[in-house]
Design a protein around this ligand. Structure first.
Ligand code: AMP
Ligand code: MG
Length: 403
């Protein structure tokens, strides 16, 4: 039996970013930049006015001085005429500063008359000018490889005119459910039939990683069906299967993988729920064989498949944040396996407080819905008292807000 930590370490050591593609800037949002972005020029590209007002020679500008207005420079226009002594150019925000001028006087600090402008206040050299390169200097690395592209990065890359952006490729995750008892969502289940909810739950989790789900359908509990669909799944970047991985005589996932030459790395992890999970590699394709119970499927996807998929898409922070959290009531468990306890956590005066979200039986899905975090209870312990601190894995990133 592999420990939780070893299982994760083995998986993360086996996977690597899947590749790089150039996509339109907008399509890069939420994805990871695959190369350093180095500024091809200064930004701003020229000295320009930060205000609507007058470009002036600061040496002329004692309070009360009147200057002759000799030019008009709207945004999008540059003037070839230098500002002469005793003169000013009407200028709009963003327009290039004309030669001769070394400050801008905002319109609010002037009195405008026919052909002249009178200055009301002191003017200092460099006032209200945005200087060339003051934001970004040519050659500067402004967005490092590995950065997640968010609106500020989009804004910056757009301002340099970058239309195509190198990002790590979206990972295609094939999803296979197995079992003779399953019927597809939308079909009325007959006696002893179960609706295949795992495929869509896993697909949703894949989408939330920013990856692309490929739904393979249901493999029936026979060799041919498993062989056909698993072979298909191995053409994707990742294969995730659910059910058929325990020790039942109809549990065919592992033996089918072995028959197809897929190399098992481990089977059985010292965790509850999710113990029967298997992990294998087929060339560069990781294969996660998750147990079929919907709660186990979701928790094991979260613990093992999600970090791998995130790494394959170039993310460097692939694990959920963990914090220390205080139990508001006692918990008990059997010895031998690390337990994931579905909990509701809240932040109160800077401390995380957690309470079980209810029945922890793997058949109970509702407590998964009520949980915003998982408490990680160590394998060797059995009794946990109220007030004790345990490790908490936060699943809901909005949870930080104090309640
Ligand atoms: P197994 O891992 O095959 O022993 O399945 C464990 C439990 O999970 C059984 O009650 C199955 O009916 C259920 N189960 C298996 N696959 C799915 C699925 N795709 N959707 C919903 N429940 C499932
Ligand atoms: Mg089964």
């Amino acid at each position: 039996m592999t420990s939780f930590e070893d299982a994760r370490r083995i998986i993360l050591n086996k996977v690597a970013p899947a590749g790089v593609e150039r996509v339109l800037l907008l399509d890069a949002a939420g994805r990871v930049l695959a190369e350093d972005f180095t500024a091809p020029c200064d930004m701003p590209r020229w000295d320009n006015s930060a205000m609507d007002g007058f470009a002036v020679r600061s040496a002329d500008c004692t309070p009360g001085a009147t200057l002759k207005v000799t030019d008009y420079i709207p945004a999008g226009v540059s003037s070839d005429d230098a500002v002469q002594p005793g003169c000013a150019a009407r200028i709009m925000t963003g327009a290039p500063i004309p030669t001769g001028a070394d400050a801008v006087v905002p319109i609010e600090e002037t009195e405008v008359n026919e052909g002249t402008v009178t200055l009301l206040n002191q003017v200092t050299k460099r006032d209200h000018i945005r200087f060339q390169g003051e934001d970004v200097a040519c050659g500067e690395t402004v967005v490092a490889k590995g950065t997640i592209i968010a609106p500020p990065q989009v804004s910056l890359l757009a301002s340099f005119g970058g239309l195509l952006v190198p990002v790590y490729r979206k990972v295609r995750v094939a999803i296979l459910s197995t079992g003779d008892e399953l019927v597809e969502v939308g079909t009325q289940p007959g006696n002893s039939q179960v609706v295949n909810s795992n495929t869509l739950a896993v697909a949703a989790a894949v989408k939330m990683c920013g990856a692309e789900p490929l739904i393979l359908g249901i493999a029936r509990d026979n060799r041919e069906s498993h062989l056909a669909l698993i072979s298909e799944g191995l053409k994707a970047d990742v294969l995730v299967t659910s059910a058929g991985v325990s020790a039942g005589d109809r549990d065919l996932v592992r033996e089918t993988l072995a028959e197809l030459g897929v190399e098992e790395q481990f089977w059985k992890i010292g965790i509850k729920p999710g113990g029967p999970t298997a992990f294998a590699m087929h060339g560069k394709v990781p294969v996660f064989s998750l147990p079929g119970n919907p709660v186990s499927t979701m928790i094991t996807f979260e613990q093992f498949a999600r970090p791998a998929i995130m790494k394959m898409m170039g993310h460097t922070k692939v694990l959920r944040r963990t914090v220390r959290a205080e139990l508001t009531g006692p918990l008990r468990k059997k010895p031998g396996k690390m337990n994931f306890v579905r909990v509701h956590a809240r932040l109160e005066a800077g401390r995380y407080l957690i309470a079980s979200s209810g029945d922890q039986n793997t058949g109970i899905l509702k407590t998964m819905l009520k949980a915003n975090a998982l408490a990680l209870l160590p394998a060797d312990r059995t009794e946990f008292a109220a007030g004790e601190e345990v490790e908490l894995q936060i699943l809901d990133p909005t949870m930080e807000l104090e309640e």
